[in-house]
Design a protein around this ligand. Structure first.
Ligand SMILES: Cc1cc2nc3c(=O)[nH]c(=O)nc-3n(C[C@H](O)[C@H](O)[C@H](O)COP(=O)(O)OP(=O)(O)OC[C@H]3O[C@@H](n4cnc5c(N)ncnc54)[C@H](O)[C@@H]3O)c2cc1C
Ligand code: FES
Length: 343
């Protein structure tokens, strides 16, 4: 090497106990994302420190912890030396203990991180906006997958699901709910100007649309609307015999403008049901009320829930109720149930 030229830093090597090794590039932000980019079936769900699915043990080496108090680890986990791969950044070569998934859990597409430009912002209702990002070097994504957005000045990443279908044009659309007091969603909904750039990393997630001949049930709680629109679009663009039963849970009439997003799909193979949990005019609203999972059971259990494929996304209580309904009470096979929990 000639004098004065710096050597490129050699990649960090991570050895999985009794498993493969993989390298972590110099610009990689976390152990999890490096492993997924390397094609490993590293366990994960949320990617943002909330669920605990990416727990591992560090056997040798040093790693930085990005978010010390991430709720995905309990005090007991911490005492037992567990770490979260989505909140760990390797400082050098290391060896780790983790149970990798099988072939089916490998990332279907290698995620890529890049800057994207906000090209359109459109209100969905008073609480939600659709953000359209243009990526210049976008990998393909599957219906139902999500991406990580890194709003400027906000610690950590935020996960948002694509609401559209991949058309190969690098346009990724997200429906983002403005969470009261939420730093990331407020920065995206109100702070990001059209024409401005934001870092995006994806696609991620396991709840993508699988080929099947069964009809599909989509259940969205609030901003879970986005991925369920993507799944519905995927079903309607495919096998002409497959139907979609779309259930949307909202709080009250003030949020109803969001229903236009489903109406715009305008397909006789899609049937929609809106459920309000707390209608303001209980006597004026003639649609369904209460919990959305209760309405799913009321409407579809006579046909036998095990005859459908289920996709759902939304807040943790809705996810828990859906899992209990499908997997415990109606014995719907595990491989017919896919969801994203908005931790
Ligand atoms: C798989 C998945 C898909 C999602 N899809 C959507 C969607 O399509 N639309 C939508 O509106 N919402 C979606 N969400 C919820 C979304 O990611 C945010 O949790 C929500 O917008 C609230 O974020 P906030 O920044 O406003 O709130 P905040 O309270 O500021 O942040 C909460 C989120 O930020 C993370 N976080 C907080 N502090 C830190 C820190 N110091 N370091 C690192 N991370 C931190 C948390 O894990 C949590 O995810 C999804 C969540 C998941 C897990
Ligand atoms: S994937 Fe790391 S905590 Fe959820």
């Amino acid at each position: 090497m000639s004098a004065g030229v710096d050597a490129a830093p050699s990649p960090i090597r991570i050895q999985v106990e009794n498993g493969p090794s993989f390298s972590v590039g110099p610009n990689e932000d976390t152990l999890l994302r490096a492993a997924l980019r390397a094609g490993l079936a590293f366990p994960y769900e949320c990617s943002v420190g909330g669920c605990g699915a990416c727990r591992f043990e560090l056997l040798d080496g040093v790693m930085d912890t990005l978010w010390d108090s991430a709720p995905g680890l309990s005090e007991r986990d911490r005492k037992r030396g567990k770490r979260l791969a989505c909140q760990s950044r390797p400082c050098g070569d290391a060896s780790i203990r983790v149970r990798l998934g099988g072939e089916a859990e490998r990332p279907p597409v290698a995620p890529r991180r890049q800057r994207a430009t906000l090209v359109e912002r459109r209100p969905v209702n008073d609480e939600m906006v659709e953000l359209s990002l243009q990526l210049s070097d976008a990998p393909p994504f599957l219906a139902g997958q999500y991406a990580l957005l890194f709003p400027q000045g906000v610690d950590g990443a935020r996960a948002y699901s694509m609401a559209n279908l991949d058309q190969g044009d690098g346009r990724w659309r997200f429906i983002v709910r403005r969470t009261p007091g939420g730093r990331g969603s407020t920065a995206l909904c109100d702070g990001l100007a059209v024409g401005a750039e934001v870092e995006v990393d994806g696609p991620y997630g396991h709840a993508w649309l699988r080929p099947s001949t069964r009809d599909v049930v989509c259940v969205a709680g609030g901003s879970g609307l986005g991925p369920m629109l993507s799944i519905s679009r995927g079903v309607l663009a495919g096998d002409a015999a497959r139907r979609v039963h779309f259930f949307l849970g909202l709080r009250n009439e003030a949020e109803l403008a969001a229903v236009r997003e489903i109406d715009a799909l305008a397909d006789p193979r899609l049937q929609a049901c809106v459920v309000l949990s707390a209608p303001a005019g209980a006597t004026a609203w003639t649609g369904a009320t209460g919990f959305v999972h209760t309405e799913v059971e009321r409407a579809l259990s006579p046909a036998g829930l095990a005859g459908f494929d289920f996709y759902f996304a939304g807040p943790p209580p809705m996810i828990d109720a859906m899992q209990d309904l499908l997997m415990v009470r109606h014995r719907v096979p595990f491989e017919q149930v896919r969801f994203d929990r908005y931790v």
